[in-house]
Design a protein around this ligand. Structure first.
Ligand code: MN
Length: 222
């Protein structure tokens, strides 16, 4: 079986419950299509669980990209400067906290040096886009969508902004080939439908059901 989750956002308990619910086996594959970190209480624990599983494939989300931008600097200060950091880093961390970064920062600071290095190394493995094939369908997996889409545009031509920050029009079908689906997170489905449920519109599938918000859920597409 092939599974996809997105926007786990620090909800370690929901993530573990879902892994049990789907009975994830070694021969299965789980794609996590971005925004593992921030907001919920235990993002670092989720990353550590994911990195210990050989059948979990991580994709980048906009929050993970911010983490990858700042955690190496924070690590440097923790390792070589007794955790004293300058104004630029302090300001950047403050901006990150305004966007939910606190649980990621504190979880990271609680780790020893080796574990911090492992987290950074793991974030560097996150990919921007994957294609999962089933018997007769292809699923393009991407955090936010295919921003600035045009037919024939190569996947390598999309920028981080296109893939991680875009707010797609759910009714816009991307590919003429009717066997190609696009699976996205980033925009919580209540934004489209008012309900925290997986939302399909044609061959677009939106799976961020707002795991980290009180009325939201963690979804898993099979
Ligand atoms: Mn996002």
């Amino acid at each position: 079986m092939t599974y996809v989750m997105s926007d786990i956002h620090g909800e370690y308990e929901k993530y573990i419950r879902m892994i049990k619910e789907i009975d994830l086996r070694d021969e299965d594959i789980l794609y996590v299509i971005g925004d593992v970190v921030d907001r919920g209480p235990e993002p670092i624990k989720i990353l550590q669980d994911m990195m210990n599983r050989t059948n979990v494939y991580p994709l980048m989300g906009n929050h993970d990209l911010v983490a990858l931008g700042l955690l190496p600097q924070l690590n440097e200060e923790l390792t070589n400067n007794d955790g004293k950091f300058g104004e630029n880093l302090a300001l950047a961390l403050q901006v990150w906290c305004d966007d939910g970064g606190l649980s990621t920062i504190t979880g990271f600071c609680d780790l020893g040096e080796e574990d911090r290095e492992d987290i950074i190394e793991y974030l560097r493995e996150f990919t921007l886009l994957e294609v999962a094939e089933t018997e007769n369908k292809s699923f393009v997996l991407v955090h936010a969508g295919l921003g600035n889409y045009r037919p024939g545009k190569k996947f390598s031509e999309y920028t981080d902004d296109d893939l991680l920050f875009t707010r797609p029009d759910p009714s816009e079908q991307y590919f003429d080939d009717e066997s190609v689906y696009v699976v996205m997170g980033h925009t919580p489905t209540p934004f489209f439908t008012g309900k925290p449920e997986i939302y399909k519109n044609g061959r677009n599938i939106f799976i961020d059901c707002g795991a980290c918000s009180p009325e939201g859920k963690l979804a898993c597409l099979c």
